[in-house]
Every structure is written in C-alpha cells, then in structure tokens.
Design a protein around this ligand. Structure first.
Ligand SMILES: [Zn+2]
Ligand SMILES: [Zn+2]
Length: 211
C-alpha cells in the first residue's frame, strides 16, 4: 500500500490517495481544490471509492471533477449528506473570497460508526469522530489513520463553525483515537502527519484527557 498526500487549495487541505499496487486499485480520501495532481497520481489505477472525512468546502472543492473523471462512488457520514449540495452548510457561500460556491450531488454511500469497508483490496474501519463537524469520521487502514480535521499535529480541529462542538470533539478523540496503538500514523486534513503516541505525549490540547 502506498499513501500519497496532496495539500490542495487556499487552505492547503490534505487530500490522500491510497494505492494498492497489488491490485492496481486506489482510494481517494478528501478532495481539495484543483485536483490535477490527484488525477495524475491515479493514472493506471482503478479508483474504488472517494471517502470523505467531512463535507467542509475545502475537503470537497475538487469532488465534482474527480468524481466525473473516475466514476467512483462517494462515501460520507449520513449527517453531512445534505452538506454536499448546500453551499450554506458546506461553508462555500460563507467565504466568497476563498472559494466559489460548491454544489455536489448526493453521496452514493452513507457511513456508520464501526463499519468496515472492503475496498481496493483493503479493510477500512470507519470511526465516527464528530465535534469539528457533526458528521466527521476517521478512516483506519491497518496502522494508518486518516483523521480529517479532528486531530492535527500539535492541535485539534476548530469547533466554532456551525455544528461544531468542543466537548463532542474531545470525547471523539478520547474514545475513538486515544486508545489506538501509539505507533498509529495520523494523516490529518491539514498540516504534517504525526502519530497517536506523539500527540498523546505532547499535544497541548490533549493534556486533560491523556493523563
Ligand atoms: Zn473542516
Ligand atoms: Zn479542513
């Protein structure tokens, strides 16, 4: 399995391509704006799914383009299904200087907590991690955790946007992420990758729940 990271768009939103070289199949996790590098990366691979950690505009800005060129089904948690087609909800109408209005058709599949997806020859565990947004999910593939805007290296997701909830975010991190093996590699929605162990030791936002 190969993991490629592409920070895309005005907010440098990390989009990930997970390639299974044995089967020549791939997954895409979140799709930032101007996704040409994603499309170049997946040449020669069959994209089996586009997985969304949540539906803030910066994570779906390139979705229409990647969806139409791959034909891959989109997966999102049910509580943000509506956000895909609603620029108010996905935030794209709130920051007209940063983004154009984003409208996507509904996702083909809705995700549920604890679900295990078998796609591209990989097992993907769905962890429901709301708080940054109501439908936030993280995806665990072996020891690789794609955690969206829930947890960052040395920080956590903001909770001041519509539907955000600080207590819920902290509960998600504590109950779903903190118990993972320390060597679990975290691939966040923004910024560099990190590990669960490193964040438990030194992320200042986690000091209250990790002691
Ligand atoms: Zn977000
Ligand atoms: Zn984001």
């Amino acid at each position: 399995m190969q993991i490629y990271m592409y920070p895309l768009g005005a907010l440098q939103t990390n989009s990930y391509v997970v390639c299974n070289d044995a089967t020549k199949e791939a997954l895409i996790i979140d799709v930032g704006a101007n996704p040409e590098r994603i499309l170049a990366c997946i040449e020669g691979y069959e994209v089996k799914a586009i997985l969304l950690t949540h539906a803030h505009f910066d994570h779906i800005a390139g979705l229409n383009e990647v969806r139409s060129s791959t034909g891959a089904p989109v997966y999102i948690h049910g509580s943000e299904q509506e956000w895909l087609s609603n620029p108010q909800l996905n935030g794209s109408s709130r920051w007209p200087t940063v983004t154009s209005s984003i409208v996507c058709t509904p996702a083909e599949q809705e995700l549920a907590d604890g679900q295990v997806l078998e796609l591209a020859g990989l097992s993907i565990q769905v962890l429901y991690t709301p708080g940054h947004s109501p439908g936030g999910v993280s995806f665990l593939i072996d020891e690789h955790l794609f955690c969206g805007d829930t947890l960052f290296a040395q920080s956590i997701g903001r909770t001041d946007l519509p539907g955000g909830n600080y207590e819920q975010l902290m509960a998600s991190i504590e109950s779903k992420l903190a118990g993972l093996p320390e060597g679990t590699i975290c691939y966040p929605g923004h910024g560099p990758k990190t590990t669960i162990g490193s964040e438990k030791r030194s992320n200042p936002f986690l000091s209250g729940i990790m002691k």
